[in-house]
Ligand binder design. Structure first.
Ligand SMILES: Cc1cc2nc3c(=O)[nH]c(=O)nc-3n(C[C@H](O)[C@H](O)[C@H](O)COP(=O)(O)OP(=O)(O)OC[C@H]3O[C@@H](n4cnc5c(N)ncnc54)[C@H](O)[C@@H]3O)c2cc1C
Length: 398
């Protein structure tokens, strides 16, 4: 049976289809009232309400992606909408990649991703490959039914808590750089995986260096075809940018709420009110753009337009946080990194927010790279200069 024409009666976006979907959500809410969080998330997946655009059995109902918003609105109204941040890499990036490129057996991994029983990390960046991720050097060499992976990844968020990582590796150094890549699932507890924490400027240590030394993975851990890792990477990176851009929360929440609060706490300076209002309006415009992006997203997943949202969010968060720090005057020069080092919750502190806001301009692709993507893929401008795309990776100077 084709999941998109299934017998759920939910496929139509008309009034009847909407009512049926609402009833399904209501049944789920009633059946899981009082259930523990993991069980409730598992039941949500089994009811097809995790990712409604996935096929039945894979957390969905074969519906159009924009219908997830109907589900999420109902869950939010019931106080039962769980944040994707419970498993940011897994939900934000790995799940779309597994759905698009994984085998049916790999789709079994989706449920524990959604419930956050299996946390994931993204093993892409390397000391010599960040913006130019297709230039990476971590090797995977075939050995019978297995592959042996050697290399170093860096800036790997949450590698210290992750059960699995999705690694991009080079399997053919003599192919052009985009063509010689293959994606693998890495068991982060396997022999040869060494995770070492890196501290960022806030004092936190949420990302790591990951050394892969002779790590053996089965061929059934390959995600997508040999040499087709770039397709997997593109799905993940587009999803990441879209998630970063679109995760703007409720009206007036997040960094702008902190700025408004700081303005009040510091004496409601009328001279700064116009500036604050402008920031508030910009935040609201971004929020509405993100909501529209979710609703109009093409069925094949996020496109390069997500880079625009990601860029705008990164720049705006930094402006808002900078405004709040300025309001503090000399107190804005004081920052207690020990609070964060001690592993406590991030302080509700404009200085922390400002320091942290720098990360959004780098993680998931820098603002410069976002501008290049928008220029080339949205506006159709000429490509930036570089070696011809068919140059073998092994012949590109590094
Ligand atoms: C908080 C945080 C979390 C992260 N988490 C992960 C993770 O979980 N997994 C992972 O794989 N990676 C992760 N990263 C890494 C991130 O993807 C890279 O840092 C990013 O892609 C930039 O790469 P780079 O650091 O090597 O900088 P580089 O690529 O060396 O860039 C240095 C500077 O040069 C500029 N530049 C580079 N190329 C161009 C160009 N073609 N045109 C114009 N300017 C250019 C950049 O904009 C930047 O200003 C994380 C980074 C941060 C900050």
């Amino acid at each position: 049976m084709n999941a998109r024409s299934g017998d759920t009666g939910l496929v139509g976006g008309d009034a009847v289809g909407r009512r049926r979907l609402q009833r399904r959500v209501a049944d789920f809410l009633r059946d899981t009232e009082g259930a523990d969080r993991t069980a409730a998330l598992g039941a949500q997946f089994d009811a097809g309400l995790a990712w409604v655009h996935h096929p039945e059995g894979a957390g969905g109902l074969g519906l159009a992606p924009d219908r997830q918003a109907e589900v999420d609105a109902r869950l939010a109204a019931a106080g039962r909408l769980e944040s994707w941040e419970r498993n940011p890499m897994g939900i934000g990036m790995v799940a779309p990649a597994l759905m698009a490129h994984g085998t049916p057996a790999q789709h079994e991994l989706l449920r524990p991703i959604f419930t956050a029983e299996d946390l994931w990390c993204q093993l892409f960046s390397e000391p010599g490959a960040g913006s130019d991720i297709a230039g990476l050097a971590t090797r995977a060499v075939r050995d019978g039914d297995e592959w042996v992976v050697d290399g170093q990844k860096t800036w790997t968020s949450l590698a210290h808590t992750a059960r699995y990582g999705l690694a991009l590796t080079r399997t053919d150094p003599d192919a052009p750089k985009h063509a010689g890549l293959t994606a693998f699932l890495i068991d982060m507890h396997a022999p040869g995986v060494d995770v070492r924490p890196l501290r960022d400027l806030t004092g936190g240590a949420h990302f790591n260096e990951v050394f892969l030394d002779g790590v053996r993975v089965g061929d059934n851990a390959r995600i997508g075809g040999v040499g087709e890792g770039w397709k997997v990477a593109t799905t993940m990176l587009m999803s990441e940018r879209s998630v970063i851009g679109a995760s703007v929360g409720e009206r007036g929440s997040g960094a702008i709420a902190l700025a408004v609060d700081t303005w009040r706490r510091t004496g409601s300076d009328p001279g700064r009110r116009t500036e604050l209002t402008r920031l508030w309006v910009d935040a609201e415009v971004l929020r509405i753009a993100a909501v529209r992006d979710q609703a109009t997203r093409a069925e094949g997943g996020p496109g390069p337009g997500g880079s625009g949202l990601k860029l705008r969010r990164a720049l705006l968060e930094r402006r808002i946080a900078r405004f709040a720090v300025d309001l503090l005057g000399p107190a804005g020069l004081v920052y207690d990194a020990d609070l964060v080092r001690a592993g406590g919750p991030a302080p509700d502190d404009p200085v922390w927010t400002w320091l942290q806001s720098q990360a959004y301009t780098i993680a998931g692709g820098t603002s410069d790279v976002m501008r290049t993507i928008i220029g080339e893929r949205v506006l159709g401008l000429p490509k930036e200069p570089g070696p011809p795309r068919d140059t073998p990776w092994s012949q590109i100077p590094r």
